[in-house]
Design a binder for this molecule. Sequence first.
Ligand SMILES: NC(=O)c1ccc[n+]([C@@H]2O[C@H](COP(=O)([O-])OP(=O)(O)OC[C@H]3O[C@@H](n4cnc5c(N)ncnc54)[C@H](O)[C@@H]3O)[C@@H](O)[C@H]2O)c1
Length: 335
Amino acid sequence: MSLKLIQVGLGAHGRGVGSSFVIPSPDFEYAGLVDLDSGVLEGYAAAFHLSKQILYTDYKQAFRDLNADAVLISAISPVHYQIAKEALKQNLHVLIEKPFVLTMEEARELVQLAADSKLSLMISQNYRYLPTVVTLKETLRSCSLGNLLFVNAQFFHDHNGKGYQRKMDNYILMEMSVHHVDMMRFLLESDIANVWGKTWNNPGSGYKGDPHVHAVYGAENGVSVFYLSSLLAKGIPMPWEGVWRFQFEQGSVYLDDLGEGYGVYVVDDSQSKTHIPLLIPEKESIHGVLAEFAQSIREGREPSISGRDNLNTIEALLATSASSAEGKEIKIVKQ
Ligand SMILES: NC(=O)c1ccc[n+]([C@@H]2O[C@H](COP(=O)([O-])OP(=O)(O)OC[C@H]3O[C@@H](n4cnc5c(N)ncnc54)[C@H](O)[C@@H]3O)[C@@H](O)[C@H]2O)c1
């Protein structure tokens, strides 16, 4: 039987997630739709033949009135915390778009609330279900190139930030690097233990929070990741997953375009290059996230990308900001 879902936030991303992933999902059906903008709600409902009865502009009222199992939060990042807290208090399972929330206090409170109520709290770090990332992870696991020495990761894009993004603190960290830092943890199968970081801005950029970051992330397994990223980089944009080089003793594994298109490559110590065929997960991107969220609800267990799991991603990002402000390395002490 389908689980009943209320989606909060039908902006550009929310509408795409709704139409391409929620509506075709075998696991969920809409119990409600919420957005501050009633025009957006009505347009979406009309486009997909959904009842006007399920449209709300106030999420609290929707959570009270509607008979639902779960909430998908795809509203702007600064309101994720307040909506998630209310949903958990109303005994609803919660799936939140990245970034989970914007402070560690908020993150820990929601993780505790979900644990106390035995509710699924999952973060849509959908890159973990992308074919490129799945292929890279499997290649790192199966390659025989000796020990991993270090990792280099880069991402450059000239992004036209949304209104809320222009006003945010930690713009690139919370809106974009959240994907890449989560990829680091996923690919290395290790949490981040320490960070040396620097973030900066262009004068008159129109962004309150810094759009550029350079950081060295020290993973608990001893590997360092050298990361340079910008959302204000005119020129050729990179794919959203970025460009990566994993340097082993006997060769390197790449997520890059080494001449045959963007993908995963292995180059050994004799300079022999292999382009690895893409592994296509059974459920790609947000299809995978929704399936795992539904399964965790049905099995009464914590989802794989739970709020608890995501604490280290958020903490590493905030530590990058703190390192930049304080000019020193920040160690992450687990609580
Ligand atoms: N996983 C990904 O790859 C990915 C990609 C893009 C965006 N996102 C995330 O999705 C979220 C939304 O991004 P977007 O690009 O759609 O933003 P957007 O500005 O286009 O839309 C946000 C929507 O949220 C609504 N909203 C704001 N406050 C609300 C409230 N209190 N109650 C109900 N609705 C409210 C607005 O009316 C708007 O329609 C952000 O957190 C963003 O980081 C994730």
